[in-house]
Ligand binder design. Sequence first.
Ligand code: SF4
Length: 233
Amino acid sequence: MSTIIVQALIEKTKDFSIEETFAFLADEYKGKVVFSTSFGQEDQVITALIANSNTAINIFTLDTGRLFQETYDVFHKTLKKYKKHIEVYFPEAAAVQNLLNAKGPNSFYESVENRKECCFIRKVAPLTKALKGNSVWITGLRAEQSENRNDLHLFEYDSKFEIIKFNPLLKWTLKEVEDYIELNNVPQNALHKKGFVSIGCAPCTRAIAEGEDIRAGRWWWESSHKECGLHQG
Ligand code: SF4
């Protein structure tokens, strides 16, 4: 059933612009279309498109409690510029408290299991809460961000969160994203000018060197597993 719906959405929107697709989805799934932002470049483009198209799409973010100050700064600027509410989801306080009491503040460096445990508490569990009851989840995924995003489609069914995913920037290049930001004066994270491309939690993100893989700065001490569990491979 979900495959049929996804195929129908791909067919229905194939000649639509991104803004037209937003409007169609907002009408088709009233009050149940959400966009998750982490204030990265792609997400900022999507926020600008949503704000400019004035469609009834709700935006939310996951505050893991370990973000960079620069991320909060761009969050603040985005609220000021677009006057669009961004709902914040925090991890459960008791879960974070138990984790730190049991393993200390930096357990994610010690093993992949510990890292996934922290990502689950701070990201996956709050995301599950944020997506609950919604029908469409808009994301800033791009195919060239990582190998396992190459075979994604504009619309997907995410069986983990039981929701339709719309990836409007899937085919965009990084240059197209940067050009849109420049042309439309979209607020962006100051860390992008310091060599950070994909930006997540402060202890788990570093700048990358020229020519390095886009996601090389995420969990750089791990040789694989470079996903936090929000998006299926
Ligand atoms: Fe924890 Fe790092 Fe995952 Fe953030 S990215 S939730 S700090 S392991």
